[in-house]
Design a protein around this ligand. Sequence first.
Ligand SMILES: *[C@@H]1O[C@H](CO)[C@@H](O)[C@H](O)[C@H]1NC(C)=O
Length: 309
Amino acid sequence: MKTSSIIALTCSELAACTVLWDGRFNDMTTSVDLDNWSWANQVGEYQWYIHGDGVTTDYVNLSPDYKNPADTGSEQGVKMTLDSTAYWNGQTMRRTELIPQTTAAINAGTVWYHFSMMREDTNAPSVNREHQICFFESHFTEMKAGWLSGSSGTSDTNLRWMANSVSQWDTEFTAGVWHNIAYEIDFTGGTVGFWYSTGADDLVLTVEPVSVSASSNGADWHLGVLELPRDGRFKWRRHILEQHHTGWHDSRQYQHPDHAANLDDQGLDSDYDSRARNRDDIGDGTGRDDYFVSVLGGPDLNDYYSQCL
Ligand SMILES: *[C@@H]1O[C@H](CO)[C@@H](O)[C@H](O)[C@H]1NC(C)=O
């Protein structure tokens, strides 16, 4: 993912939106400012604890180059990185995520969560693994990129919007294209609508509000990315066992490349996750993925206000 910016808006009457919580990075010089936050000293706009053991600049960096140029309200965007150390808290998922630090009512009534996101060809996210991007803890609304765990095939080049873990909309996750997104969340009525545009275009209501189990404690909005390890171990084992009916050698041709070695007689690859770590399925061998996000992404927020009726 490239850089994006995020914000929560509320719109109680015609063209009268209020910024409830400002997730832009306008008050920060560098991402090292995030280190000011701790559980004991909860300052700034973001809680910063979901990341690997490296220094902050291994995972989060700020620059005017990392925002949608059409986003005139943000001075800089954020580049979020998953590298070979980006495992949080002993988990098998790679995670770099920012959480709002606010007491504002970003989890009540109707609010818009507004951001832009982009990826580049350099350090592109893997198309072979599921990435959950800009999501709530319960995943009632989120973006996803890459192969969806449990689906057929081994890769997926789409960026998609999911509500209640069901794909509602998708587009090619093309390098260099800024995707402008707003989730229109009605926490009271239990719906979420999807506003979308690219580049400098105005947001358009692209998917009418759908029914969801909308809930948030106000501190579980995840601005960033979570990458699942391939769950292929079980899936491929089952497939290979089925293929035993036609003989072991026939089954080999169905194996995912990750499984070309280390399969035991049952087709179980017990070393799968550890070997999958540090690999880059795109092929540059760095094992590093970058995502770009800007909060209050383009188009200009004023354009969005005018649509907020
Ligand atoms: C973080 O702390 C440093 C050192 O006290 C300070 O200079 C900086 O302004 C702080 N950052 C923010 C965003 O408040």
